[in-house]
Design a protein around this ligand. Structure first.
Ligand SMILES: Cc1ncc(C[n+]2csc(CCOP(=O)(O)OP(=O)(O)O)c2C)c(N)n1
Ligand SMILES: [Mg+2]
Length: 347
């Protein structure tokens, strides 16, 4: 049916080419290059970690964050050094974006005494009190009550801080998620819940463990404000986290941000990945957060090959230095073996 009253559609020639920059570029060049530097540092640090794991230098569990870099880097921009961070066992990205030196993290994975947790935690238990980085939690959902407790302490002591709590989609199935959201909302605690929805909890797809797979909706049952954001777009993550953290900071109670992302690697180094199709992984890789961001910066003429070369060289130096630091680190002395393990016997 022809509707004579409606305007004719614009001819395709009048549409702007997809590569044209927007009227105002939403990022300052120095900041953009820093975001890119942090994402590339995470990527190269983890590629090196995987190599060192294969060589037996790193042992225990190792969960790579590759593919999810925009989440940690984007979100961390909205947090101050006074805010608290709680993360999961897949926390290399958050730790690096928080500014914990790569050497202290690599040494931790080597089990060396110069590691950020004195070599006792390994990949899953990074910790740095000075930078208010409270784990590294191996228990799925285990960080959520810790974050609520930190926020409660801040409230009771009148400190205007936010506690940001990263957790996976798998944690939403845990009781701790529901208890934590409920208490944080009831007491209007300054917690920023950051759900990294990478569509899988180990080998279980989201639709197989959640009756309601639209995770941001879970917050409604606890009267918590929530939003979902494209976790492959570092600028979108930064912008959404700034708004969410701002609302929490103003005393509006907790906020849940769902960051929709994907891990490109297996769940851990021990996972044969039999639960998802290679085509699906390839499809997501076409939305690689680093490539996407570089493409946008190029289209805005904020970035060129020389910038990429400089950033890659800086990152390679940081990763090499981290490995040197870990290799040169001491093992814990034998006499410390039972320290923090057994309490002294008082007769
Ligand atoms: C309480 C508890 N149950 C089970 C496990 C085993 N486990 C380790 S990782 C994981 C999947 C968690 O997935 P998700 O929260 O989505 O995080 P992701 O690994 O995708 O980052 C499970 C079930 C655990 N560590 N803790
Ligand atoms: Mg997951």
């Amino acid at each position: 049916m022809i509707d004579a009253g409606s305007p004719a559609p614009l001819p395709p020639a009048s549409l702007p080419p997809a590569s044209l920059p927007p009227a105002s570029i939403p990022v300052v060049r120095e900041h953009a290059l820093e975001l890119l530097h942090q994402m590339l540092l995470i990527r190269r640090f983890e590629e090196k970690s995987a190599e060192l794991y294969t060589l037996g230098k790193i042992r225990g569990f190792l969960h790579l964050y590759i593919g999810e870099e925009a989440v940690a880097v984007g979100a961390m921009q909205a947090l101050t050094m006074d805010d608290g961070i709680v993360a999961t066992y897949r926390e290399h990205g958050q730790a690096l974006a928080r500014g914990i030196p790569a050497g202290a993290l690599m040494a931790e994975m080597y089990g060396k005494a110069n590691g950020c947790s004195r070599g006792r935690g390994g990949s899953m238990h990074f910790f740095d009190v000075a930078r208010r980085f409270y784990g590294g939690h191996a228990i799925v959902g285990g960080g959520l009550p810790v974050a609520v407790g930190l926020a409660l302490a801040d409230r009771m002591q009148g400190r205007p801080r936010v506690t940001a709590c990263f957790f996976g989609d798998g944690a939403v199935a845990e009781g701790e998620f529901h208890e934590s959201l409920n208490l944080a909302a009831l007491w209007r605690l300054p917690v920023l819940f950051l759900c990294e929805n990478n569509l899988y909890a180990m080998g279980t797809a989201l639709e197989r463990h959640q009756a309601q797979p639209d995770l941001r909706l879970k917050a409604q049952g606890y009267a918590v404000a929530s939003e979902a954001v494209d976790g492959m777009d570092v600028l979108a993550v930064e912008e959404a986290t700034r708004r969410a953290a701002g609302a929490v900071r103003l005393g509006g109670g907790p906020f849940l941000l769902e960051l929709r992302t994907y891990r490109f690697r297996a769940h851990s180094m021990a996972d044969p990945e039999l639960y998802r199709a290679k085509e699906e992984v390839e499809q997501w890789k076409s939305r690689d957060p680093i490539s996407l961001f570089m493409g946008r910066l190029r289209s805005w003429q904020l970035f060129d090959d020389a910038d990429l070369g400089a950033i890659e060289a800086r990152v390679a130096g940081q990763v090499d230095e981290a490995v040197r630091f870990a290799e040169a680190g001491p093992w814990e002395p034998l006499e410390d073996l039972t320290r923090d393990v057994y309490t002294p016997v008082h007769q």
